[in-house]
Design a protein around this ligand. Structure first.
Ligand SMILES: [Zn+2]
Length: 258
């Protein structure tokens, strides 16, 4: 009896070990339909964005090269979109200031940071009264390529935008706003500029922030109970959930807290 229990215990350990470390093979454009998320396309976006080198906010690589690439990719997607969705692209350059309460507290002042916004709305729901926000940042720290933090999220977002735009009769009800955020590493300046100043912020009812959280094998999902609105811009993430990392899932540790 003892050995039977031990056997099943070891078997369950083995199965869970395999299950959490096995991911499906990446999809390629060959043999995939337009409605499928294709890792090959996302990888090309990631390679392109990181090829510009470190992208601190304000640098030529961030404000010109990365912006031109992302806007060009979005325009290509828009040009090939189905007729049952409306796609709008907007480049925001907000300026502002806010207080940060960590360390001993200080004021962050910013000018002309960049948000590249794209909103996808089913034609029947336009203009949308309710939207979901998906955010990722393409700026990096000065000394790194910013691949996992956070160009990979922007690459994933581009491929998700393409899926939504090119899938006929996708049948989602409300709008989706994607924010390709150009000033996160200086501590959330572009996020503040969007949520306090952009006209689409009023419609946001929920958000997903895609952010680096170390390497696998687990994805980390953070959640918070309150909605993020211009009236409640500083909700923070008190809960974390670790799930096995499979293809198409990403890490997130920071909520969109400005
Ligand atoms: Zn980041």
């Amino acid at each position: 009896m003892f050995f039977a229990i031990l056997f099943f215990y070891l078997l369950s350990l083995y199965v869970s070990f395999i299950a959490t470390r096995t991911v499906p093979a990446p999809k390629t454009t060959l043999g995939s339909s337009v409605s499928e998320f294709v890792e090959e396309r996302a990888r090309k976006h990631l390679d392109a964005i990181t090829s510009f080198g470190p992208r601190p906010a304000g640098s030529y690589a961030n404000e010109i090269q990365a912006v031109n690439y992302i806007v060009g990719a979005l325009q290509t997607i828009k040009d090939s979109a189905q007729e049952d969705v409306i796609i709008e692209i907007d480049i925001q350059r907000p300026s502002g200031s806010f207080n940060l309460g960590f360390f001993d507290g200080f004021t962050s002042v910013y000018r002309n940071v960049t948000n590249i916004l794209v909103r996808i709305t089913p034609t029947d729901s336009y203009p949308p009264r309710n939207t979901v926000l998906v955010n990722g940042h393409f700026d990096s720290v000065p000394g790194g390529p910013g691949a996992s933090d956070d160009a990979v999220s922007c690459a994933v977002m581009l491929e998700v935008v393409r899926c939504l735009a090119q899938t006929r009769n996708f049948r989602f009800t409300h709008g989706v706003v994607f924010n390709f955020n150009g000033a996160e590493e200086n501590v959330l300046q572009a996020s503040h500029g969007f949520i306090t100043q952009h006209k689409w912020a009023e419609t946001i009812r929920a958000f997903v922030n895609l952010e680096a959280a170390g390497a696998g094998p687990y994805a980390l999902i953070s959640g918070h109970p309150g909605g993020v609105t211009p009236g409640n811009p500083r909700a923070f993430a008190p809960r974390h959930l670790q799930i096995p990392l499979t293809q198409g899932q990403y890490s997130s540790t920071k909520s969109y807290h400005c």
